[in-house]
Design a protein around this ligand. Structure first.
Ligand code: G
Ligand code: G
Ligand code: MN
Ligand code: NA
Length: 250
């Protein structure tokens, strides 16, 4: 309860901020976009990662107003990037169930002036399980505006294949738990290889999350992976740091 109270206050006081982690084309090294990752700088508890506070934000419903902040800020920040770059934003199930996600996204795009084509929304498999019909309807309306969708943490949930059949997503993000082991674990490599083939068969882009070593990049490239996001290129960083980092690679 203390954390919930703290989060309400944090929203009012502007203690939330967004870190951005670049996503690169594995073949030519172009920066295709960046994922917005929520952070909380708490005066009493210090810097908190979403693993600690997102679950509380979801239980309390605060993820809905926090999600509005994330969408507005991410769209605003992305306007300062090269126009070839997209911004990826994570969504929670509650933003579909009790927030008007379509109106929120439309408002964030309108207020910032960011073209819808430069916004990508990340859905988890558990989100897709929660209320399939509501989610599908919202996804269709947002897709009609030009917004793209990806499935996050692909392979860790239960509904992967059903979700792929039902929803028109553009991209699969292979969860980093599989990417971590591709050099040493035969099983992880087999899973990553299979996900890449599946994605190709469905005409989707594949991004590998959590690559930390150059050798992993080499293998991912060989296996036909399209994009990568990981510490090997850059950690999540403040918006200003991203702008400084960008010219080195674009
Ligand atoms: O940056 P970090 O690895 O700590 O993020 C952990 C997880 O927190 C992410 O994988 C993502 O699922 C979740 N997360 C980060 N930012 C957001 C956000 O803005 N909204 C939601 N719903 N989840 C987020
Ligand atoms: O939304 P999602 O949980 O997929 O967010 C990606 C998370 O993965 C972020 O919290 C980010 O900090 C983390 N991450 C990104 N790249 C790496 C990496 O190379 N190594 C590790 N350990 N974590 C990473
Ligand atoms: Mn994500
Ligand atoms: Na992930």
């Amino acid at each position: 309860l203390a954390m919930e109270q703290g989060m309400r206050e944090a929203l009012r006081q502007g203690e939330f901020w967004l870190a951005y982690q670049p996503q690169l084309d594995l073949h030519d090294g172009h920066v295709l976009g960046a994922e917005a990752l929520l952070r909380w700088r708490s005066p009493s508890m210090g810097e908190l990662s979403p693993g600690r506070f997102i679950p509380v934000a979801e239980e309390s419903g605060l993820i809905v107003p926090i999600g509005v902040y994330v969408l507005e800020q991410a769209c605003r920040d992305a306007c300062a990037w090269p126009e070839t770059m997209a911004v990826a934003v994570n969504l929670s199930a509650l933003q579909f169930a009790s927030g008007d996600i379509v109106a929120t996204v439309e408002a964030a795009l309108a207020a910032s002036g960011l073209p819808a084509q430069r916004l990508e929304l990340e859905l988890t498999e558990s989100l897709l399980l929660s209320d399939a019909a509501t989610v599908a309807a919202a996804v269709e309306r947002l897709r009609a505006l030009g917004v793209r969708f990806s499935i996050d943490d692909f392979g860790t949930g239960y509904s992967s294949l059903t979700a792929l059949r039902r929803l028109a997503v553009s991209r699969l993000k292979i969860d980093r738990s599989f990417v971590m082991g591709i050099l040493d674990e035969r099983e992880d490599r087999a899973i990553v290889e299979a996900v890449i083939q599946l994605g190709r068969g469905l005409g989707l882009r594949i991004i590998a999350e959590g690559a930390e070593q150059p050798e992993q990049l080499e293998l991912l490239r060989e296996l036909g992976c399209d994009e990568v996001q990981g510490y090997v290129f850059a950690r999540p960083m403040p918006a200003a740091a991203l702008l400084e980092w960008l010219p080195q690679v674009v």
